[in-house]
Design a protein around this ligand. Structure first.
Ligand SMILES: Cc1cc2nc3c(=O)[nH]c(=O)nc-3n(C[C@H](O)[C@H](O)[C@H](O)COP(=O)(O)O)c2cc1C
Length: 288
C-alpha cells in the first residue's frame, strides 16, 4: 500500500561526538483507516544505528488527553535534550525494530477453533491433515485454546511497527500464517459465532494486517472454512461465515470454499455421515 509522506520538521543537533540529524514526518494512512495519520521521528548519527519513534492518531482514544502530533513533537524535544547530554540514551532505547520476520513454509495450516480435542472439528481437521499427507504435502494444526494468547487491547501500535506489543504464542501463529499456502479455519458455532480462543486469534491477527500494510506483502493464498453447528439449519452459519470471510479478507486470503455441517448435536459423530470424509478430502486436495 502506498502512503504519502510530508516532512514537518528537521534539525541538526551537535552531540558530544558527532552531528545528529532529527526529522519528523507525517504520513497519511487514510487509505488504510479513515483519517489515520502517523508521525515518524527519526534520529540519524554517523556513529550509530538509527533510532525511530512512531505514533499514530488511532492510538489516542476519545478520553485520552493529547494527540499523536503533540506526542511526537514532545518526543522530539526530549530527544534533543538527551542527544546533547548522552546520545546513547536515544539510540539504545529507540533502535529501529528488526525487519526480518520468521516464515515457516507449510502447505496447509489449520486453525482449529474447538476447545474439544476430540469433537467434530477435530475430526474435520484430521481429515484435512490426512488429505494433505496423501497428496505428499505438509500440514500443521493450531489449537488456540491450548496457547498463551493475550486478547487484543486495541492500542493500534501494530500500525507503527507491524508487530504486536504482546510477546506471546501469537508470534508463532503469525509466522505459520506467513508461510502457509492454504489456510483452513475449522470452527464450531458458539453463540452464533466462533469460540473465544479463535476470536482472540482473529483479533490479534490485526498485527499481521498491519505488517502487510506496512510492506510485508505476503504470498497469494487460499482459505477454506469448515464449521459445525449443533442446531439444525444452514441459517446457524450466517454469522460465523460472515466473521470468517471478513477475517480472510483482512489477511488478503481468498475464501475458496466452505464445508458447513449442521445438526451435529443430533448426528453426534460426523464420521457416521456417508461420503463426508471423501468430500472433505477432495476439497482440500483441490486447493493444495
Ligand atoms: C458455548 C456453546 C455455544 C454454542 N452455541 C451454538 C449456537 O449458537 N448454534 C448452534 O447451532 N450450536 C451451538 N453450539 C453447539 C456446537 O456448535 C456443537 O456442539 C458442535 O458440534 C461442537 O463442535 P465440536 O464437536 O468440534 O466441539 C454451542 C456449543 C457451546 C459449547
Amino acid at each position: 500500500m502506498e502512503f504519502s509522506r510530508e516532512l514537518l520538521e528537521s534539525e541538526s543537533v551537535k552531540t558530544p561526538d558527532a552531528t545528529c540529524r532529527l526529522t519528523l514526518h507525517r504520513e497519511d494512512f487514510s487509505a488504510l483507516y479513515p483519517g489515520m495519520l502517523r508521525f515518524v521521528l527519526d534520529a540519524a548519527d554517523p556513529n550509530r544505528s538509527p533510532a525511530r519513534f512512531i505514533t499514530n492518531t488511532y492510538e489516542y482514544s476519545p478520553l485520552l488527553p493529547g494527540s499523536a502530533e503533540s506526542a511526537a513533537r514532545q518526543m522530539m524535544a526530549i530527544w534533543k535534550e538527551d542527544l546533547l547530554r548522552d546520545p546513547d540514551v536515544v539510540f539504545h532505547e529507540y533502535s529501529r525494530p528488526r525487519k526480518d520476520r520468521p516464515v515457516r513454509p507449510i502447505d496447509l495450516l489449520i486453525l482449529q477453533g474447538s476447545p474439544r480435542p476430540d469433537g467434530n472439528c477435530a475430526i474435520l481437521a484430521e481429515w484435512a491433515v490426512g488429505a494433505a499427507h496423501e497428496a505428499g504435502k505438509t500440514a500443521s494444526v493450531i489449537y488456540p485454546h491450548d496457547l498463551d494468547l493475550h486478547p487484543c487491547i486495541g492500542c493500534y501500535q501494530c500500525y507503527n511497527t507491524g508487530t504486536c506489543v504482546f510477546d506471546d504464542d501469537m508470534n508463532d501463529i503469525i509466522a505459520a500464517v506467513r508461510g502457509a499456502s492454504l489456510i483452513i479455519v475449522c470452527s464450531p458455532v458458539y453463540s452464533n459465532t466462533v469460540p473465544a480462543g479463535l476470536k482472540l486469534v482473529i483479533d490479534r491477527m490485526q498485527a499481521f494486517h498491519a505488517e502487510r500494510a506496512l510492506g510485508g506483502g505476503g504470498r497469494c493464498r487460499h482459505g477454506l472454512v469448515f464449521s459445525v453447528a449443533g442446531r439444525k439449519g444452514k441459517g446457524n452459519f450466517a454469522c460465523i461465515t460472515s466473521v470468517l470471510s471478513a477475517f480472510f479478507h483482512t489477511l488478503g486470503i481468498e475464501l475458496a470454499g466452505e464445508v458447513l455441517m449442521d445438526d451435529a448435536d443430533s448426528v453426534r459423530d460426523i464420521r457416521t455421515i456417508a461420503g463426508k470424509e471423501e468430500m472433505v478430502k477432495a476439497l482440500v486436495k483441490n486447493h493444495l
